[in-house]
Design a binder for this molecule. Structure first.
Ligand SMILES: [Fe+2]
Length: 155
């Protein structure tokens, strides 16, 4: 079994995912559920292939599956909380120390835009591109600036 599939079966992962689902039950804006995590994973993989970055699929998928997990326990600092929680889960799923530090640093930096072709910049881009602004019912209340919204399908 791929290591990222072990994440799906991890008890801390399942618990956090369920908590986010409960917290966001009445949320009108973009949700942070498995569908979002998989959209980010697949777009990250496409971006990595298109840019010849050769980032291994199980690193991209692990990063994407875990990047918003901290939202289960914190809104404002969800990147920090998520990185700590992810360290434990990744260890349990067989990721190596250097892989864990790469993934957690991408999670910690995924809310800042940067132009490098790094894992954190791929995560940042995929996270934004994945959102379906073109069919969103909460457009008028969304805090995203109009020019940053996705008007068309890119991936
Ligand atoms: Fe996200």
């Amino acid at each position: 079994m791929q290591r990222y599939n072990k994440i799906l079966k991890n008890k801390d992962y399942i618990k956090a995912l369920n908590l986010i689902e409960k917290n966001e039950e009445n949320r009108i804006f973009c949700k942070h559920n498995l569908e979002h995590f998989l959209d980010v994973a697949r777009i990250s993989y496409i971006l990595s292939l298109e840019n010849n970055l050769n980032i291994p699929k199980d690193i991209l998928y692990a990063t994407s599956l875990l990047h918003d997990l901290g939202r289960a326990y914190s809104g404002k600092d969800h990147d920090v909380v998520g990185a700590n929680l992810s360290t434990k889960i990744l260890k349990e799923c067989g990721y190596l120390c250097e892989e864990i530090s790469l993934i957690t640093s991408a999670i910690l930096n995924h809310r800042q835009e940067n132009n490098e072709n790094s894992l954190s910049s791929i995560l940042y881009k995929a996270d934004k591109i994945s959102r379906q602004c073109y069919k969103c019912k909460a457009q008028k209340d969304c805090y995203w600036e109009k020019e940053k919204r996705n008007e068309f399908i890119k991936y």
